[in-house]
Design a protein around this ligand. Structure first.
Ligand code: BG6
Ligand code: MG
Length: 216
């Protein structure tokens, strides 16, 4: 890329380690239905909407339920998840996030959150991160879940920047695919073997500074 103008951050697993709580809540739900899910299966759940997650889980367990029951089960999972995150605070923001956001703002780079989560506004408030971002696109604002690029394209549009001038930070396979389909540069957070479509991979935001991004 030659003209960095904006950075778009996925939330769960990039700004805060909430992926483990999503996993635990889904696992408890699966176990209440008589089967289980493991971390390998969980990779498919990362980045995708709650509605897609419940479909994947029920399919995995070989269970068919009515639309009403499906809604009830995904509400149940969300109640469990909200319990897990009830004590989350600013201390849970992942290392390097606040300093990178401050650096980006200092250099006039716009910032957005691009998350599939409908809990994103609530969680960002709890983390005291809301004001660090110019734009928030969450699960309530999109009709097509990742790997569709809608969430990131909407973020770019709201910031009035072109996709090719954006860098996305993502920890999920579906999110990396969404960023690439949007025509954006993608920094994968996590295992490069899993995030093989990312342009580069790091272990966490703490490994990245504004200067690293400016020379890409
Ligand atoms: C994504 C997570 O950010 O949001 C998924 O990676 C999660 O694991 C999805 O299922 C939807 O989140 P929520 O909070 O709307 O259930
Ligand atoms: Mg994520």
């Amino acid at each position: 890329m030659n003209n960095l103008q904006a950075c778009i951050f996925d939330m769960d697993g990039v700004l805060v380690s909430t992926e483990k709580y999503h996993f635990l809540a889904w696992k408890e739900l699966a176990e209440s239905l008589g089967f289980t899910i493991d971390e390998v299966f969980n990779e498919q759940l990362k980045g995708v909407s709650r509605a897609v997650c419940i479909d994947l889980i029920l399919q995995h367990g070989g269970i068919d339920v009515s639309a009403d029951e499906k809604q009830h089960l995904s509400d149940k999972k969300n109640t469990k998840y909200l319990k897990y995150i009830s004590t989350i605070s600013r201390n849970d923001v992942l290392p390097g996030v606040v300093s990178l956001l401050e650096e980006l703002r200092k250099h006039g780079i716009k910032t957005a959150v691009g998350s599939a989560s409908k809990n994103a506004p609530f969680l960002l408030e709890k983390l005291e991160l809301t004001t660090f971002f110019d734009v928030l696109v969450d699960g309530t604002q999109i009709s097509q879940p990742k790997p569709h690029p809608e969430v990131f394209l909407k973020g770019a549009e709201k910031m009035a920047v072109q996709p090719q001038n954006c860098i996305v930070f993502e920890d999920a396979q579906s999110g990396v695919q969404a960023a690439k389909s949007a025509g954006m540069y993608c920094v994968g957070i996590g295992n490069p073997a899993i995030l093989s479509e990312a342009d580069m991979c790091v272990n966490g935001v703490y490994e990245i500074s504004y200067l690293d991004l400016a020379i890409l």
